[in-house]
Design a protein around this ligand. Structure first.
Ligand code: FAD
Ligand code: NAP
Length: 312
Protein backbone atom coordinates (compact mmCIF):
# COMPACT_ATOMS: atom_id res chain seq x y z
CA UNK A 1 0.00 0.00 0.00
CA UNK A 2 1.39 3.42 -0.99
CA UNK A 3 1.49 6.11 1.65
CA UNK A 4 0.89 8.64 -1.08
CA UNK A 5 0.17 8.43 -4.80
CA UNK A 6 0.99 11.55 -6.80
CA UNK A 7 -0.67 11.78 -10.20
CA UNK A 8 1.09 14.05 -12.72
CA UNK A 9 4.76 15.00 -12.86
CA UNK A 10 4.76 18.73 -13.64
CA UNK A 11 6.06 21.37 -11.21
CA UNK A 12 3.23 20.64 -8.73
CA UNK A 13 3.68 16.85 -8.73
CA UNK A 14 7.48 17.00 -8.57
CA UNK A 15 7.43 19.47 -5.67
CA UNK A 16 4.87 17.33 -3.88
CA UNK A 17 7.17 14.32 -4.36
CA UNK A 18 10.18 16.22 -3.03
CA UNK A 19 8.38 17.40 0.10
CA UNK A 20 6.64 14.08 0.74
CA UNK A 21 9.82 11.97 0.56
CA UNK A 22 12.12 14.48 2.20
CA UNK A 23 9.44 14.82 4.89
CA UNK A 24 9.82 11.14 5.75
CA UNK A 25 7.14 9.29 3.73
CA UNK A 26 8.60 6.00 2.57
CA UNK A 27 6.38 4.69 -0.17
CA UNK A 28 5.52 7.49 -2.55
CA UNK A 29 4.97 6.94 -6.28
CA UNK A 30 4.66 9.62 -8.94
CA UNK A 31 2.42 8.39 -11.76
CA UNK A 32 3.34 10.33 -14.89
CA UNK A 33 2.22 9.21 -18.32
CA UNK A 34 5.28 10.68 -20.07
CA UNK A 35 8.57 12.20 -19.08
CA UNK A 36 8.15 14.26 -15.90
CA UNK A 37 8.44 18.04 -16.28
CA UNK A 38 4.98 19.20 -17.31
CA UNK A 39 3.83 21.96 -19.63
CA UNK A 40 6.77 24.24 -19.01
CA UNK A 41 9.06 21.82 -20.86
CA UNK A 42 7.30 23.02 -24.03
CA UNK A 43 8.22 26.65 -23.34
CA UNK A 44 11.13 28.40 -24.98
CA UNK A 45 11.95 30.45 -21.89
CA UNK A 46 11.10 31.16 -18.29
CA UNK A 47 12.00 34.47 -16.74
CA UNK A 48 9.70 34.77 -13.74
CA UNK A 49 10.83 31.90 -11.51
CA UNK A 50 12.82 33.47 -8.67
CA UNK A 51 16.49 32.55 -8.79
CA UNK A 52 16.44 31.42 -12.42
CA UNK A 53 17.15 34.19 -14.91
CA UNK A 54 18.80 32.98 -18.07
CA UNK A 55 17.31 33.81 -21.46
CA UNK A 56 19.45 31.17 -23.15
CA UNK A 57 17.74 28.34 -21.21
CA UNK A 58 14.46 26.69 -22.23
CA UNK A 59 11.71 25.27 -20.02
CA UNK A 60 13.26 21.83 -20.59
CA UNK A 61 16.66 23.03 -19.27
CA UNK A 62 14.85 24.63 -16.33
CA UNK A 63 13.11 21.40 -15.28
CA UNK A 64 16.21 19.23 -15.60
CA UNK A 65 17.48 20.13 -12.13
CA UNK A 66 14.02 19.54 -10.64
CA UNK A 67 14.02 15.93 -11.80
CA UNK A 68 17.43 15.20 -10.25
CA UNK A 69 16.48 16.89 -6.97
CA UNK A 70 12.97 15.49 -6.67
CA UNK A 71 13.99 11.87 -7.27
CA UNK A 72 17.05 12.12 -4.99
CA UNK A 73 15.04 11.56 -1.79
CA UNK A 74 13.33 8.31 -2.79
CA UNK A 75 10.37 9.36 -4.92
CA UNK A 76 9.55 6.56 -7.39
CA UNK A 77 8.35 7.21 -10.93
CA UNK A 78 5.85 4.90 -12.61
CA UNK A 79 5.35 5.77 -16.28
CA UNK A 80 1.63 5.11 -16.55
CA UNK A 81 -1.48 7.06 -17.38
CA UNK A 82 -3.95 6.95 -14.51
CA UNK A 83 -7.47 6.39 -15.79
CA UNK A 84 -9.43 7.08 -12.62
CA UNK A 85 -9.27 7.27 -8.85
CA UNK A 86 -11.88 5.95 -6.44
CA UNK A 87 -12.15 5.78 -2.68
CA UNK A 88 -13.33 2.65 -0.88
CA UNK A 89 -13.60 3.19 2.86
CA UNK A 90 -10.34 4.86 3.87
CA UNK A 91 -8.37 3.52 0.89
CA UNK A 92 -7.89 5.01 -2.57
CA UNK A 93 -7.65 2.84 -5.67
CA UNK A 94 -5.48 4.15 -8.51
CA UNK A 95 -6.82 2.63 -11.73
CA UNK A 96 -4.49 2.09 -14.69
CA UNK A 97 -5.60 0.38 -17.91
CA UNK A 98 -4.86 -3.38 -18.00
CA UNK A 99 -3.29 -3.40 -14.52
CA UNK A 100 -4.50 -4.28 -11.04
CA UNK A 101 -5.65 -1.18 -9.11
CA UNK A 102 -2.93 0.23 -6.85
CA UNK A 103 -3.89 1.01 -3.25
CA UNK A 104 -2.90 4.26 -1.56
CA UNK A 105 -3.65 5.91 1.78
CA UNK A 106 -3.65 9.39 0.26
CA UNK A 107 -3.56 10.96 -3.21
CA UNK A 108 -2.29 14.26 -4.62
CA UNK A 109 -3.63 14.95 -8.12
CA UNK A 110 -1.56 17.38 -10.23
CA UNK A 111 -2.58 16.54 -13.80
CA UNK A 112 -2.45 20.18 -14.96
CA UNK A 113 -3.92 21.24 -18.26
CA UNK A 114 -3.62 20.68 -22.06
CA UNK A 115 -3.34 23.24 -24.91
CA UNK A 116 -6.71 23.88 -26.55
CA UNK A 117 -7.41 23.38 -30.23
CA UNK A 118 -9.14 26.27 -32.02
CA UNK A 119 -11.39 23.99 -34.10
CA UNK A 120 -10.49 25.85 -37.30
CA UNK A 121 -11.15 24.13 -40.60
CA UNK A 122 -7.89 22.36 -41.56
CA UNK A 123 -6.42 22.45 -38.03
CA UNK A 124 -6.61 18.71 -37.41
CA UNK A 125 -5.61 17.86 -40.97
CA UNK A 126 -2.44 19.97 -40.75
CA UNK A 127 -1.57 19.40 -37.09
CA UNK A 128 2.09 18.36 -37.13
CA UNK A 129 2.39 19.48 -40.78
CA UNK A 130 2.43 23.24 -40.27
CA UNK A 131 0.13 23.60 -37.27
CA UNK A 132 1.79 23.35 -33.86
CA UNK A 133 1.27 24.24 -30.19
CA UNK A 134 4.97 24.18 -29.26
CA UNK A 135 7.38 26.85 -30.49
CA UNK A 136 10.39 25.26 -28.78
CA UNK A 137 9.68 21.98 -30.52
CA UNK A 138 8.80 23.24 -33.99
CA UNK A 139 10.07 26.83 -34.28
CA UNK A 140 13.30 25.81 -35.96
CA UNK A 141 11.37 24.42 -38.94
CA UNK A 142 10.50 28.04 -39.77
CA UNK A 143 14.02 29.44 -39.59
CA UNK A 144 14.21 32.49 -41.88
CA UNK A 145 10.61 31.85 -42.98
CA UNK A 146 7.37 33.58 -42.01
CA UNK A 147 5.00 32.09 -39.43
CA UNK A 148 1.75 33.05 -37.68
CA UNK A 149 0.71 32.81 -34.05
CA UNK A 150 -2.90 32.71 -32.85
CA UNK A 151 -3.90 34.06 -29.42
CA UNK A 152 -3.64 37.08 -27.15
CA UNK A 153 -2.51 35.64 -23.80
CA UNK A 154 0.94 35.37 -22.20
CA UNK A 155 1.75 32.14 -24.01
CA UNK A 156 0.92 33.49 -27.49
CA UNK A 157 2.90 36.68 -27.01
CA UNK A 158 5.94 35.07 -25.39
CA UNK A 159 6.09 32.38 -28.02
CA UNK A 160 5.59 34.94 -30.82
CA UNK A 161 8.60 36.80 -29.43
CA UNK A 162 10.64 33.59 -29.31
CA UNK A 163 9.67 32.78 -32.90
CA UNK A 164 10.57 36.29 -34.05
CA UNK A 165 14.21 35.50 -33.23
CA UNK A 166 14.11 32.50 -35.57
CA UNK A 167 11.63 33.48 -38.27
CA UNK A 168 11.98 36.28 -40.79
CA UNK A 169 8.56 37.58 -39.75
CA UNK A 170 5.82 36.63 -37.28
CA UNK A 171 2.16 37.58 -37.66
CA UNK A 172 0.33 37.66 -34.34
CA UNK A 173 -3.37 37.10 -34.98
CA UNK A 174 -5.79 37.93 -32.18
CA UNK A 175 -9.57 38.09 -32.18
CA UNK A 176 -9.80 41.44 -30.41
CA UNK A 177 -7.72 44.55 -29.81
CA UNK A 178 -6.88 44.13 -26.11
CA UNK A 179 -4.49 41.48 -24.88
CA UNK A 180 -4.69 39.20 -21.85
CA UNK A 181 -0.90 39.02 -21.63
CA UNK A 182 1.10 41.02 -19.06
CA UNK A 183 1.55 44.68 -20.11
CA UNK A 184 5.37 44.34 -20.12
CA UNK A 185 5.10 41.44 -22.57
CA UNK A 186 2.71 43.42 -24.81
CA UNK A 187 5.21 46.31 -24.86
CA UNK A 188 8.06 43.97 -25.77
CA UNK A 189 6.02 42.54 -28.66
CA UNK A 190 5.03 45.95 -29.98
CA UNK A 191 8.68 47.02 -30.09
CA UNK A 192 9.82 43.98 -32.07
CA UNK A 193 10.22 45.12 -35.67
CA UNK A 194 9.51 41.73 -37.32
CA UNK A 195 6.24 41.05 -35.45
CA UNK A 196 3.10 42.31 -37.16
CA UNK A 197 -0.12 42.45 -35.17
CA UNK A 198 -3.30 41.40 -36.97
CA UNK A 199 -6.06 42.30 -34.53
CA UNK A 200 -9.85 41.92 -34.46
CA UNK A 201 -9.33 38.95 -36.73
CA UNK A 202 -10.13 35.23 -36.74
CA UNK A 203 -8.73 32.44 -38.85
CA UNK A 204 -11.49 30.91 -40.98
CA UNK A 205 -9.47 28.16 -42.57
CA UNK A 206 -5.98 26.68 -42.67
CA UNK A 207 -5.08 25.81 -46.24
CA UNK A 208 -2.34 23.62 -47.64
CA UNK A 209 -1.37 20.66 -49.72
CA UNK A 210 0.60 17.42 -49.42
CA UNK A 211 3.68 19.32 -48.19
CA UNK A 212 1.80 21.11 -45.41
CA UNK A 213 0.29 24.51 -44.64
CA UNK A 214 0.67 27.30 -47.18
CA UNK A 215 -2.01 29.89 -46.30
CA UNK A 216 -4.50 31.10 -43.70
CA UNK A 217 -7.87 32.50 -44.62
CA UNK A 218 -8.47 35.47 -42.29
CA UNK A 219 -11.72 37.26 -41.53
CA UNK A 220 -11.86 40.48 -39.52
CA UNK A 221 -14.69 41.59 -37.25
CA UNK A 222 -16.11 43.77 -40.06
CA UNK A 223 -16.38 40.70 -42.29
CA UNK A 224 -13.47 41.45 -44.65
CA UNK A 225 -11.46 38.39 -45.69
CA UNK A 226 -7.90 37.95 -46.96
CA UNK A 227 -5.33 35.19 -47.41
CA UNK A 228 -2.08 35.25 -45.48
CA UNK A 229 0.60 33.10 -47.12
CA UNK A 230 2.59 31.41 -44.35
CA UNK A 231 3.92 27.85 -43.98
CA UNK A 232 3.27 27.60 -40.23
CA UNK A 233 0.68 28.42 -37.58
CA UNK A 234 1.24 28.20 -33.83
CA UNK A 235 -1.97 27.98 -31.78
CA UNK A 236 -1.78 29.30 -28.20
CA UNK A 237 -5.36 29.90 -27.08
CA UNK A 238 -5.44 28.53 -23.55
CA UNK A 239 -5.87 25.16 -21.92
CA UNK A 240 -8.39 22.52 -20.88
CA UNK A 241 -8.29 21.22 -17.29
CA UNK A 242 -7.06 17.62 -17.11
CA UNK A 243 -9.68 16.49 -14.61
CA UNK A 244 -10.67 13.14 -16.16
CA UNK A 245 -9.01 11.06 -13.42
CA UNK A 246 -11.43 12.57 -10.92
CA UNK A 247 -14.53 11.82 -12.99
CA UNK A 248 -16.84 8.94 -12.18
CA UNK A 249 -18.56 6.73 -14.78
CA UNK A 250 -21.78 8.76 -14.38
CA UNK A 251 -19.91 11.96 -15.34
CA UNK A 252 -19.91 13.44 -11.84
CA UNK A 253 -16.66 14.11 -10.02
CA UNK A 254 -15.44 12.44 -6.82
CA UNK A 255 -14.85 15.90 -5.34
CA UNK A 256 -16.26 19.39 -5.82
CA UNK A 257 -15.46 21.33 -9.01
CA UNK A 258 -16.53 24.69 -10.41
CA UNK A 259 -18.41 25.28 -13.68
CA UNK A 260 -15.12 25.25 -15.64
CA UNK A 261 -14.21 21.82 -14.27
CA UNK A 262 -11.47 23.24 -12.06
CA UNK A 263 -11.14 21.50 -8.72
CA UNK A 264 -12.20 23.33 -5.58
CA UNK A 265 -9.63 23.21 -2.77
CA UNK A 266 -9.02 25.16 0.37
CA UNK A 267 -5.75 27.01 0.89
CA UNK A 268 -4.21 23.77 2.22
CA UNK A 269 -5.01 21.93 -1.04
CA UNK A 270 -7.66 19.74 0.62
CA UNK A 271 -10.49 18.83 -1.75
CA UNK A 272 -14.00 18.03 -0.53
CA UNK A 273 -12.99 14.32 -0.34
CA UNK A 274 -10.90 13.46 2.71
CA UNK A 275 -7.39 12.27 1.84
CA UNK A 276 -7.58 13.65 -1.71
CA UNK A 277 -5.46 16.73 -2.42
CA UNK A 278 -5.16 18.73 -5.64
CA UNK A 279 -2.30 21.05 -6.61
CA UNK A 280 -1.24 23.25 -9.52
CA UNK A 281 -2.98 24.51 -12.65
CA UNK A 282 -6.03 22.28 -12.29
CA UNK A 283 -7.31 23.82 -9.08
CA UNK A 284 -9.73 26.72 -8.89
CA UNK A 285 -8.04 30.13 -8.58
CA UNK A 286 -4.67 28.78 -9.65
CA UNK A 287 -2.59 31.66 -11.09
CA UNK A 288 -1.13 29.08 -13.55
CA UNK A 289 2.47 29.81 -12.79
CA UNK A 290 5.31 27.41 -12.13
CA UNK A 291 6.15 29.06 -8.83
CA UNK A 292 2.52 28.71 -7.66
CA UNK A 293 2.21 25.09 -8.84
CA UNK A 294 5.43 24.26 -6.96
CA UNK A 295 4.11 25.95 -3.84
CA UNK A 296 0.77 24.10 -4.12
CA UNK A 297 2.63 20.79 -4.43
CA UNK A 298 4.75 21.48 -1.35
CA UNK A 299 1.68 22.49 0.69
CA UNK A 300 -0.24 19.40 -0.43
CA UNK A 301 2.63 17.09 0.59
CA UNK A 302 2.95 18.71 4.02
CA UNK A 303 -0.81 18.29 4.46
CA UNK A 304 -0.58 14.62 3.46
CA UNK A 305 2.09 14.07 6.13
CA UNK A 306 -0.22 15.60 8.78
CA UNK A 307 -3.21 13.63 7.43
CA UNK A 308 -1.36 10.31 7.68
CA UNK A 309 0.13 11.21 11.08
CA UNK A 310 -3.37 11.88 12.49
CA UNK A 311 -4.46 8.41 11.36
CA UNK A 312 -1.43 6.40 12.55
P1 FAD B 1 1.46 20.55 -15.71
O1 FAD B 1 2.73 21.27 -15.93
O2 FAD B 1 0.38 20.64 -16.73
O3 FAD B 1 1.83 19.00 -15.48
C1 FAD B 1 0.84 18.00 -15.44
C2 FAD B 1 1.48 16.66 -15.72
O4 FAD B 1 0.51 15.62 -15.49
C3 FAD B 1 1.94 16.50 -17.15
O5 FAD B 1 3.31 16.13 -17.16
C4 FAD B 1 1.05 15.40 -17.73
O6 FAD B 1 1.73 14.53 -18.63
C5 FAD B 1 0.65 14.62 -16.48
N1 FAD B 1 -0.63 13.93 -16.59
C6 FAD B 1 -1.83 14.45 -17.02
N2 FAD B 1 -2.81 13.53 -16.93
C7 FAD B 1 -2.23 12.40 -16.44
C8 FAD B 1 -2.74 11.09 -16.12
N3 FAD B 1 -4.02 10.79 -16.30
N4 FAD B 1 -1.88 10.18 -15.63
C9 FAD B 1 -0.55 10.47 -15.47
N5 FAD B 1 -0.02 11.70 -15.75
C10 FAD B 1 -0.86 12.65 -16.22
N6 FAD B 1 4.51 29.64 -16.02
C11 FAD B 1 5.41 30.47 -15.46
O7 FAD B 1 5.44 30.63 -14.24
N7 FAD B 1 6.31 31.15 -16.23
C12 FAD B 1 6.39 31.00 -17.57
O8 FAD B 1 7.23 31.61 -18.22
C13 FAD B 1 5.47 30.10 -18.17
N8 FAD B 1 5.52 29.90 -19.50
C14 FAD B 1 4.68 28.98 -20.07
C15 FAD B 1 4.79 28.74 -21.43
C16 FAD B 1 3.97 27.80 -22.04
C17 FAD B 1 4.12 27.52 -23.52
C18 FAD B 1 3.00 27.11 -21.26
C19 FAD B 1 2.09 26.09 -21.93
C20 FAD B 1 2.86 27.38 -19.91
C21 FAD B 1 3.70 28.31 -19.29
N9 FAD B 1 3.63 28.59 -17.93
C22 FAD B 1 4.52 29.44 -17.35
C23 FAD B 1 2.61 27.94 -17.08
C24 FAD B 1 3.24 26.70 -16.35
O9 FAD B 1 3.88 25.83 -17.26
C25 FAD B 1 2.16 25.94 -15.59
O10 FAD B 1 1.54 26.83 -14.68
C26 FAD B 1 2.74 24.76 -14.80
O11 FAD B 1 3.45 23.87 -15.61
C27 FAD B 1 1.61 23.97 -14.11
O12 FAD B 1 2.18 22.90 -13.43
P2 FAD B 1 1.30 21.63 -13.00
O13 FAD B 1 2.27 20.73 -12.31
O14 FAD B 1 0.09 22.08 -12.30
O15 FAD B 1 0.77 20.96 -14.34
P1 NAP C 1 -5.10 32.51 -21.83
O1 NAP C 1 -4.52 33.50 -20.89
O2 NAP C 1 -6.38 31.85 -21.49
O3 NAP C 1 -5.26 33.27 -23.24
C1 NAP C 1 -5.87 32.64 -24.32
C2 NAP C 1 -5.93 33.61 -25.49
O4 NAP C 1 -6.44 32.94 -26.64
C3 NAP C 1 -6.85 34.80 -25.22
O5 NAP C 1 -6.27 35.97 -25.71
C4 NAP C 1 -8.12 34.42 -25.97
O6 NAP C 1 -8.79 35.55 -26.50
C5 NAP C 1 -7.58 33.62 -27.13
N1 NAP C 1 -8.55 32.60 -27.59
C6 NAP C 1 -9.23 31.69 -26.83
N2 NAP C 1 -9.98 30.89 -27.60
C7 NAP C 1 -9.78 31.29 -28.88
C8 NAP C 1 -10.26 30.84 -30.12
N3 NAP C 1 -11.12 29.80 -30.23
N4 NAP C 1 -9.86 31.48 -31.24
C9 NAP C 1 -9.00 32.52 -31.16
N5 NAP C 1 -8.48 32.99 -30.00
C10 NAP C 1 -8.87 32.39 -28.87
O7 NAP C 1 -4.06 31.31 -22.16
P2 NAP C 1 -2.45 31.25 -22.10
O8 NAP C 1 -1.87 32.40 -22.80
O9 NAP C 1 -2.09 29.88 -22.53
O10 NAP C 1 -2.12 31.37 -20.56
C11 NAP C 1 -2.66 30.41 -19.63
C12 NAP C 1 -2.22 30.79 -18.23
O11 NAP C 1 -0.78 30.57 -18.08
C13 NAP C 1 -2.49 32.26 -17.94
O12 NAP C 1 -2.91 32.38 -16.60
C14 NAP C 1 -1.13 32.90 -18.13
O13 NAP C 1 -0.97 34.08 -17.37
C15 NAP C 1 -0.16 31.78 -17.68
N6 NAP C 1 1.13 31.95 -18.34
C16 NAP C 1 1.99 32.79 -17.74
C17 NAP C 1 3.19 33.08 -18.34
C18 NAP C 1 4.10 34.01 -17.64
O14 NAP C 1 3.81 34.38 -16.52
N7 NAP C 1 5.22 34.42 -18.20
C19 NAP C 1 3.51 32.53 -19.59
C20 NAP C 1 2.57 31.70 -20.20
C21 NAP C 1 1.37 31.43 -19.57
P3 NAP C 1 -9.57 36.56 -25.53
O15 NAP C 1 -8.49 37.35 -24.85
O16 NAP C 1 -10.39 37.35 -26.48
O17 NAP C 1 -10.38 35.70 -24.61
Amino acid sequence: MLECAIIGGGPAGLSAGLYATRGGLKNVVLFEKGMPGGQITGSSEIENYPGFFDHTKSGMDFMDGWLKQCFHFGLKHQMDEVVSIQKEGEIFLINIANKEPIKAKSVIVCTGSTPKRANIKGEDEFFGRGVSSCATCDGFFYKDKEAAVLGGGDTALEEAYYLSNICSKVYLIHRREGFRAAPSTVQRIKKKENIELILDTMIEEIKGDASGVNALLLKDTKGATKELHVPGLFVFIGHDVNNAVLQKKDGNFICQTNALGQIKTDLRMHTSLEGLFVAGDMREDSPKQVVCAASDGAIAALEVISYLHERS
